[in-house]
Ligand binder design. Structure first.
Ligand code: ZN
Length: 401
């Protein structure tokens, strides 16, 4: 006679296969995240590709409990505790044998639980400075700052703007037999050979500042600090940059102007900033139009968009590239992303003239080149200009927090 337990057992093997297939699909699509959320008695599964969520097929309702339990088992999360948020992690072998580290976050919601999986694609090679899409003139300034044996290079942008990729490209370019390169990160998103990378772990007291102090006793030449979030780390990083170390780090800021305000806000003395800060890079990622289906449309020139062009000092065109959608781009009209950069500082040894071009102007150049759309630029870039109070600024910031 069959029992309820056996009936549940019948769903385990299909649930395991289903989760494997979902993870393999996400890895193949180079998704950064997977979301599982309760939805009208079933489960909605979405993956984030190029910064945007896409629905995957919903699993049969009968498999949902076993599927969620499978994720919990893999992540070594407490199976009984479903009332409190939990974290976990596991490693998954991708379709090509690629090792992918998965960070899982479980959150109880009114209809059950929501699970977010962050996929860390370790297997890939570190990006080169040529890979990040920085225009040649900006790249020369970046390389000049990296060629120095000390100073602070700050990369700014919101979450998902490609800051870590830029930092990884920098340390990959700097590693070598004559330099000791170390990093503190949360988490380590990419293994870079030849670099000693330390993940922080607050549970055991391995905080950014504690690791930073320990790393400085390791006689490093180059120090990468994944992100400066607190006053103590900011001060240690600046002092290290003053005492013969090249320090690379990132801050959460909208543009170079805002990034320049972050350090004093965190209590770093002005003289320390003046003496150390050699370059500030602000960046964004906008989606690249799929070359197989992009179209040109006549542009009526909406007023606010016209003002954006004027502020960026870029002439507006008669026709605009637009997304269409085909089988090559899963119907989204976009494939991959393009980096936009704004650079301040770094001219010779003269007092740094912190007068940047703008992210908006960088984006519009790609619109004119037919590589992305005006919508993408307006959605991601702050308005060019000094004291503008633009209609997009605030909603833009909140949307990407
Ligand atoms: Zn397409």
């Amino acid at each position: 006679m069959r029992t309820g337990g056996d009936a549940a057992g019948d769903t385990i093997a299909p649930a395991v296969r289903l989760l494997d297939a979902v993870l393999a699909d996400a890895i193949r699509a180079e998704a950064s995240d997977l979301h599982f959320e309760p939805d009208r008695g079933g489960l909605r599964i979405r993956m984030r590709v190029d910064g945007h969520l896409h629905d995957l097929a919903s699993p049969p309702a009968s498999l949902v409990p076993a599927l969620l339990t499978r994720v919990r088992l893999l992540a070594r999360a407490d199976l009984a505790e479903r009332r409190l948020p939990q974290d976990g992690r596991f490693t998954f072998a991708g379709p090509d044998g690629e090792r992918v580290d998965v960070r899982a976050a479980f959150l109880p919601v009114a209809r059950g639980e929501k699970i977010a999986l962050r996929l860390l694609h370790h297997g890939g090679a570190a990006p080169t400075l040529g890979d990040i899409g920085m225009p040649l003139r900006e790249r020369r300034r970046f390389e000049a700052a990296l060629a120095r044996s000390n100073g602070l290079v700050l990369v700014a942008g919101p979450t998902g703007s490609g800051k870590s990729t830029t930092l990884y490209a920098a340390i990959a370019a700097l590693r070598g037999p004559t330099r000791s390169v170390v990093s503190v990160e949360d988490p380590v998103e990419l293994d870079v050979e030849g670099v000693s990378q330390v993940p922080i772990d607050d549970d055991v007291g391995r905080s950014f500042s504690a690791v930073l102090r320990a790393l400085l006793r390791q006689d490093p030449d180059v120090l990468m600090v994944g992100e400066i979030r607190d006053a103590e780390s900011a001060r240690i990083a600046c002092r290290a940059a003053l005492t013969g170390h090249l320090v690379l780090t990132s801050v959460h800021a909208s543009d170079t102007r805002e990034a320049l305000l972050r350090l004093p806000e965190m209590g770093v003395a002005d003289y320390l900033i003046d003496a150390t800060l050699s370059l500030v890079i602000a960046q964004r990622l906008v989606r690249r139009l799929c070359i197989h289906c992009r179209v040109m449309t006549a542009w009526s020139g909406r007023t606010e968009a016209r003002r954006f062009f004027e502020r960026a000092r870029v002439g507006f065109p008669e026709a605009m590239p637009a997304a269409s959608g085909c089988s090559r781009c899963n119907g989204s009209g976009y494939r991959g992303r393009i980096g936009l950069f704004e650079i301040a500082g770094g001219e010779d040894d003269a007092p740094a003239p912190f007068s940047p071009g703008s992210l908006g102007a960088a984006g519009l150049v790609h619109v004119l080149g037919g590589r992305t759309t005006l919508e993408e630029v307006l959605a991601h870039c702050p308005w060019p200009g000094d004291e503008c109070t633009a209609p997009f600024d605030e909603s833009d910031e909140e949307g990407r927090a």
